[in-house]
Structure formats: structure tokens, C-alpha cells
Design a protein around this ligand. Sequence first.
Ligand SMILES: O=C(O)c1cc(=O)[nH]c(=O)n1[C@@H]1O[C@H](COP(=O)(O)O)[C@@H](O)[C@H]1O
Length: 238
Amino acid sequence: MQNTNDPRVIVALDYPSADAALALVERLDPARCRVKVGKELFTRAGPELVRRLVDGGFDVFLDLKYHDIPNTVAGACAAAADLGVWMVNVHALGGRAMMEAAREALEAGGRRPLLIAVTVLTSHSEADLAEIGLAGSPMENVQRLAALAQGSGLDGVVCSPREVATLRAAHGEGFRLVTPGIRPSGAALGDQKRVMTPGDAIRSGSDYLVIGRPVTGADDPMGVLLAVEAEIGAVLAG
Ligand SMILES: O=C(O)c1cc(=O)[nH]c(=O)n1[C@@H]1O[C@H](COP(=O)(O)O)[C@@H](O)[C@H]1O
């Protein structure tokens, strides 16, 4: 079984309503997993649901991927901190001034959530990056943006598990590496392009695994979650 003090799995509650999300959440144990509220659920259910999850004892990753002028992002991060979330994220492509403003806004408050930067979306390939004017491979872009995030004082990055080993070597143990793009063996990729299995992601050095559709879209979500937990536990046990 995995270490219950620091659960590695973050379940992405990508549901179209609070009721649908809460139906799964009622079966989850906050000592064994964390939860993520992203753009769809937040736009439907708002801060009230986030507060409810926090009050229910869950560590909440508020995944709104802020990317705007520094002043606006700073205000949004302060608002997220007021909700009591555990982690909040911004796009590293927003640049140094934006990331520094976000960090300073959180430092000015009381309880400070972890501040993480999205590097290159896990749905992007090298061809997708070229089309939006970013030269080089996903790995090269992830490395550059992770260095910028660390230089801006952030706590870590969101990247694909494929980049984790390289980033761990470059940035050390304290730098949080949060990885979506997790697909148990045989699971449908959907729109994800840079993926790994849960066991391989942990083996590569991922701190936290963000898992959505393989769990939320399953006939037996708890069964999938238990299998993921067992796979991770086996790797951690060595
Ligand atoms: O920031 C994120 O969480 C994120 C970044 C990224 O590069 N790729 C990515 O998939 N995500 C999120 O991670 C989750 C992955 O969901 P599934 O593909 O359904 O497992 C979704 O909620 C995405 O919004």
C-alpha cells in the first residue's frame, strides 16, 4: 500500500456537475488520494464545491492554469489561496514576471498553497509546438520552461512523465514534478500524446500522478484506483 501521509494519486474530477463529482468523491479516502478541480468542474460548480472538498479533508489541486498579465494572475492566486487549496497552477509560458507576481501574492497571504507551472501540455507533440511557433522537441521546451519556473521561485512543474527523469536530475528532490498523461496499460489515450503507466511514472521519479478518464470513465472507478494504487505500491516497495 502506498504511503498514506503523502498520497501520490491526484484524481482529476473532470465532471460536468458537482453531483457527478461528489458521487465519486464520497467513495474516496482523503488519506489515500488527492483531488483536482479543473476548468470544467470549476466553471460549473465554482468555489463552493472547492470549499466543500477542502472541508471534507481533501487536498485540492485547483487546476485553472492561470496565464494572464502579472497583476491579474497575482489576484487569482490570492483568491485560490483563500479557498484553502493545497496546490494551484499557472502556465510557465506566462513568463517570469507573471510567475514571480503569483509567488509574491501567495507569500503575502497566510496559508500558502504549492505553486506549480505547466510546462508543455501533455496533449502536445513536437508538430503541435512547431505550429504555435515553439521550435524544438517537447523535452527541450519542458527543460527550458522548468528552469524558468524554478528561477521564478515556483515549487515545481506539471510535465509529462516522459520528462521526469531529466527534470529530476536537473532540479533535485525538492522540486515537485506533477504528471498527467497517466495511462494504465491498455487504457485509451484519448487526446493525450506523451503518456506512461502509473508504475513507470513513479519509477521515473514523479511525485504526483494526475489521473482522470482512466478512473472517471471506468465502469468500476474504485477498482481502477485500487489497481493503480497497487501498481504504485509495488514500485515504492522496491
Ligand atoms: O495541469 C494539468 O493538470 C494538466 C496539464 C497537462 O499538461 N495535461 C493534462 O492532462 N492536465 C490535466 O490532467 C488531467 C488528465 O486527465 P486524463 O487525460 O483524463 O487522465 C486533465 O484534468 C487535464 O486538464
